[in-house]
Ligand binder design. Structure first.
Ligand code: MIG
Length: 756
């Protein structure tokens, strides 16, 4: 890709068309803070799958010639464009923020030139260089930290690492050097000493992000195909930059409240008796639980939208009804691969209507997944999405309350899908290469829209594969981790980076999916899991069972303590979701999100914030019974002892196996829930606030927790204000919910007073 000299330009409103010797390009000021940089080779009009609707806001764009190039200003962001499509971004005062790298590229030397030639001659795989349709190379000043990029392995700060965006199902234990996992979210946030900005590459082809792994002088991103199409997002803080990304790609809608409860799952609950034993023991052992997950074995020969009734005494709907009476909601898996089988209606219908991906010769493309030979629904077509959405009725009629989309990278057992398999992109054919990273996203969209139409409640869809913007339709989990300590450690940076990538509703398989867990690992994992927005214990067939009672009474007691703590704070968590829906603020946050000047926070991998009030410093190392806790600026109460600490400081906290170190910021009012075996067991008539003295306030949200009536104003919004003495004032900001609390109590260090 050669741009050459800038030879001319035209301005129309918010848009500047640029003529280079070799290419035409466009810069658009979408809003005063969001700049789109575009050069399109692929058919015009191929629309974004991440961004829905018109995002333009009024902008007065100033454009003038300056030196060798052009100068643009929105009043908030200044941009210069020079020969070679070098684009530099400055803040409103003209200080550089993100600049093109103009020096020499020095690709990493992996082999000597001589070796390289030999390898190429022998046709060795490793000798092949990935070819990119374009690359954007930006300068490093040496002080950058990078966050986001989806579900990648490794650590909080992505600096010095390289990643590939290509949705991948690789069951081997994921480690730092993995370049790709299940999700492709080509968005990152850069934090320097003086600035913060975001870059979103809206390109669904295989893309590459080299965050200063190759060089200390530059970082770069590029893609194997498609358009050069990125957004520069300015902001004064990390939350602001993320909010702009969420403005573009949408926030995660408020979920049904029960989805925030505890979920129990295992690939291996095969028949009704297995499920029943789990359900019964959950209640017997007094471990709150809201959801049971039905993995692939509930299906007839792994055929999507079928149920193996034999395994459920001939009446699965009756069984799901019996679970529902006891407060358990059923979540059922559904895989995209449709079994190739004569007489199977989903397959025959799909073939007849042309709803499956095809070979370039126009035949239905077949690969193998769980049901054996299978066809792949072409989710890029709106007709196919509608069809798949309608099919959700089968599950709803059984009494299913949530749909779990797996294998939607898409995964395939007979080698990867070839690049040229033909899918549809809305209204035109498109190769697998372009649709691969969108596949899970579009499948989730199909399930979400179908459920919304058919059920009316807030759809609950869990997806494994994602693209930017999937948060609008689905929650996600991080896929097949293992029961190893490294994966408990990785869970923290992975979940907070997912939050910084716009996927706030996420969780890891608590206890670990593959390999055998231990009592200690499970107990330390539940201490992290109870804060994850999605809280599910899940494990693979053939591994050691990992319900807490497999490990004896002590394990049950400690496990229960943390599941109960989760339920205790569900009203607080629900408030965070309410905030998230409006602003995009994540639920789990790295310390740097709120303390971006704090050097320790910038690379802190083993602590996180649950909202802005609660700091969690879990033990994630085997055999540890104390840990060093870092507390950023401000006053913090040890949740267990109520001892006060003034940050920034580091404290050594005793943390035997039953203790997860938790700190609450002074000036907090945490809404809590009465003890319940599941969400909705009792109508919440009273609210108790846990008060931590100091100046502060909290907005609390209440609605029916189930449908969309809140969008018509049927909710209550309260504001609680606390002072240094711990006294709490309450105001009702909005009073639209028909069943508000009858009583509100404030509990300040054990002293309870009625405040409403
Ligand atoms: O090829 O449905 O990540 O959660 O239990 C494995 C069986 C297929 C992978 C999912 C996992 C699920 C499993 N699935």
């Amino acid at each position: 890709m050669k741009f050459g000299k800038l030879t001319g330009y035209q301005t129309t409103g918010r848009q500047v068309s640029l003529d280079f010797e070799g290419q035409r390009a466009v810069i658009t000021a979408v809003t005063p803070e969001i700049i789109r940089v575009f050069c399109g080779w692929e058919e015009a009009g191929s629309r974004s799958h991440a961004i829905e609707g018109d995002k333009e806001k009024p902008v007065a764009l100033e454009v003038k010639q300056r030196g060798k190039g052009l100068f643009l200003s929105t009043g908030k962001v200044q941009v210069t464009v020079e020969d070679g499509f070098a684009v530099d971004f400055f803040d409103e005062t003209g200080r550089p923020v993100c600049q093109e790298y103009r020096g020499e590229r020095r690709p990493l030397q992996r082999v000597s030139g001589q070796q390289q030639r030999l390898l190429e001659e022998e046709g060795h795989e490793g000798a092949r260089q990935e070819t990119m349709a374009f690359e954007v190379v930006k300068r490093l000043t040496g002080r950058e930290h990078f966050y986001g990029l989806g579900d990648k392995t490794g650590f909080l700060d992505k600096r010095h690492y390289a990643y590939t965006m290509w949705n991948t199902d690789d069951p081997s234990p994921q480690v730092d050097c993995f370049q790709a996992l299940y999700k492709s979210i080509p968005f990152f946030i850069t934090l320097t000493d003086t600035h913060v900005y975001g870059i979103f590459l809206d390109n669904s082809y295989k893309s590459f992000f080299n965050m200063g792994q190759e060089s200390e002088e530059y970082y770069y991103f590029g893609a194997a195909g498609g358009n050069l199409d990125y957004y520069y997002l300015a902001g004064d803080s990390l939350p602001q930059v993320l909010a702009r990304y969420m403005y573009l790609t949408g926030t995660c809608p408020l979920p049904q409240k029960w989805t925030l409860g505890y979920h129990q799952s295992r690939w291996g609950y095969t028949v009704q008796e297995d499920m029943e034993e789990v359900a019964r023991t959950m209640r017997e052992k007094d471990i709150p639980c809201d959801a049971l997950h039905f993995d692939i074995d509930y299906m007839q020969d792994f055929k999507v939208f079928t149920w193996n009734e034999e395994r459920y005494h001939g009446d699965s709907a009756a069984y799901l009804e019996s679970l529902a009476r006891r407060g358990f909601k059923a979540v059922a898996i559904s895989d995209p691969g449709v079994k190739k089988e004569k007489g199977y209606p989903v397959y025959e219908e799909g073939v007849e209507k042309g709803f499956f991906a095809k070979t370039p010769q126009g035949e239905v493309y077949i690969n193998a997944v769980w049901p054996g030979d299978a066809a792949f629904p072409d989710f890029g077509s709106p007709k196919v999405r509608d069809w798949w959405g309608e099919k959700q009725k089968f599950l709803l009629d059984k009494g299913v309350r949530g749909v779990w989309n797996d294998m939607n990278e898409p995964a395939s057992f007979h080698g990867p899908l070839p690049d040229d398999v033909v899918f549809t992109d809305e209204d035109r054919p498109a190769p697998h290469q372009r649709m691969h990273n969108l596949y899970g996203h579009l499948m989730a969209q199909a399930a979400y829209s179908g459920l919304k139409r058919l059920d009316g409640r807030r759809p609950f869809v869990i997806t494994r594969a994602c693209y930017a913007g999937s948060q609008k339709y689905a929650t996600c989990w991080t896929g097949d981790n293992h029961s190893i300590w490294a994966h408990l450690q990785m869970a923290i940076p992975q979940l907070v980076n997912l939050g910084l990538s716009g996927m706030p509703f996420a969780g890891t398989d608590v206890g670990g999916f593959g390999s055998d867990t231990t009592e200690e690992l499970l107990l330390r994992w539940v201490q992290v899991g109870c804060f994850s927005p999605l809280f599910r214990n899940h494990s693979a067939m053939g591994t050691r069972r990992q319900e807490p009672w497999q490990f004896g009474d002590r394990a049950v007691e400690i496990y229960r303590k943390y599941v109960k703590l989760r339920y205790h704070w569900i009203p607080y968590l629900y408030d965070l979701f309410w905030e998230e829906e409006r602003t995009g603020a994540p639920i789990l946050r790295p310390l740097v999100y709120h303390y971006e000047k704090d050097e320790t926070a910038k690379t802190c991998n083993d602590e996180f914030l649950f909202g802005d009030r609660i700091l969690v410093a879990p033990v994630v190392e085997q055999g540890k019974d104390k840990r060093l806790v870092y507390l950023p600026e401000g006053e913090w109460y040890d949740y267990w002892s109520r001892e006060k600490q003034t940050g920034p400081c580091a404290v050594i906290k005793d943390a035997p196996i039953e203790v997860c170190p938790i700190y609450v910021k002074a000036g907090s009012v945490l809404p809590t829930m009465e003890e319940m075996a599941y969400v909705g067991e009792k109508e919440p008539e009273t609210l108790t606030l846990e008060v931590f003295p100091g100046e502060g306030e909290w907005e609390h949200y209440l609605d029916n927790g189930e449908d969309f009536a809140y969008r018509e104003g049927r909710y209550h919004q309260y504001r609680f204000t606390v002072d240094k003495t711990g006294a709490v004032q309450v105001e009702i900001l909005h009073g639209g919910y028909e069943k508000p609390y009858r009583h509100i109590y404030a509990d300040c260090m054990g002293e309870k007073t009625e405040i409403l």
